[in-house]
Design a protein around this ligand. Structure first.
Ligand code: FCA
Length: 328
């Protein structure tokens, strides 16, 4: 009998809690990303949704490939009743404009991946940010390239580095600078590290163009190490090497993200894409929206600068690592 009473009391308490649960579901958070077609951002969205399901808020997901779409999306979010948004902006220099628009609409802002910069080029450190430990992850890429070159027993005199770059964006510049610093510190000659700057957006076709331009200038390299700011930047270079008829085992390519190269690693026949430094897109998507939720719900101020780590994946271990990271 006592047990039944306790149970009934539990039910009554649960009924009392319902109104607050309904209130929590009223929280709506926007999640705006610059390249919705890139798996990296799809993983962020998936995990933001997971946080929403677990904690009880809605995630409004919008692709914002340019400035105009970004500013419109902010108005639309406010009209839809959102209280804040997480954003990877298509252009970091839009930061002040995005903040002004958000303020006008009474929306809170957290940035992911690409950090806003002010008119004078400095980071807008007052806006909460979650992103990669860019230099460290770049260094991991450089180390993976160097180590695999040694494993294959190549004579370093026969090897050059092709580093696709996107230096307009600080996070991606820090990655490739980190990789180059690591390679040179490990003993790779700096004068055989060539940069292939990608124009406008990091996509496979733009990276392919950048790599082709570089290959035209260096047609007689025997072995290539290939790096870049993210998977697509490196995959474009791999496609360029294939176009030049360079044998699969004459190049070692390592990307960053680990999300956009799974199809490549799954191919029945290996390509020169050796692996990638897997970043924590899932953690970034989950944590940024969770932090936003508690900021809206309880007024809990978010941390201003949160960095995530990376881990090498290759054809051999990618399934297992993705499983361990809850990303398969
Ligand atoms: C930038 C890149 C993405 C991803 C992210 C962490 O936004 O464009 O591919 O690497 O940083």
């Amino acid at each position: 009998m006592k047990q039944i009473r306790t149970w009934l009391l539990g039910l009554a308490l649960a009924a009392l809690l319902v109104p607050s649960a309904a209130f929590a579901a009223d929280i709506k958070i926007g999640f705006l990303v610059k390249q919705p077609e890139e798996p990296w951002f799809q993983v962020e969205w998936k995990f933001a949704d997971k946080a929403g399901e677990e904690l009880g808020f809605d995630v409004i997901k919008i692709g914002v490939p340019d400035g105009e779409k970004t500013l419109n999306a902010i108005d639309n979010l406010a009209a839809a009743g959102a209280q804040g948004f997480v954003i990877c902006t298509p252009d970091v220099r839009l930061g002040p404009g995005i903040m002004a628009k958000a303020r006008a609409n009474g929306l809170k802002v957290i940035t992911v991946d690409d950090r806003f910069v002010a008119a004078d080029g400095s980071y807008m450190e007052e806006v909460p940010y979650i992103g990669m430990s860019a230099e460290k992850i770049g260094r991991q890429m450089g180390e993976a390239l160097f180590t695999e070159m040694k494993n294959r027993g190549w004579n370093m005199d026969d090897v050059s580095v092709m580093m696709t770059t996107f230096e307009e964006l600080d996070t991606t510049r820090e990655r490739t600078d980190g990789a180059i610093a690591q390679l040179t510190e490990m003993g790779f000659p700096a004068d055989r590290i060539y940069k292939a700057p990608i124009q406008q957006r990091m996509e496979i076709p733009t990276a392919l163009d950048a790599a082709n331009t570089l290959l035209t200038r260096h047609p007689n390299v025997k072995y290539w190490l290939v790096g870049g700011p993210n998977d697509n930047s490196v995959l474009g270079a791999v496609r360029a090497l294939e176009g030049w008829g360079i044998a699969v085992d004459s190049a070692i390519a390592v990307g960053i993200n680990g999300t956009d190269c799974i199809g490549e690693l799954e191919k029945a026949n290996p390509t020169s894409f050796y692996g990638s430094i897997l970043g924590l897109a899932g953690v970034e998507g989950y944590e940024s929206s969770k932090i936003m939720y508690y900021w809206i719900k309880d007024g809990k101020e978010p941390p201003l600068d949160t960095r995530t780590v990376g881990r090498l994946i290759t054809r051999e271990n990618f399934r297992q690592v993705l499983q361990e990271e809850g990303m398969d």
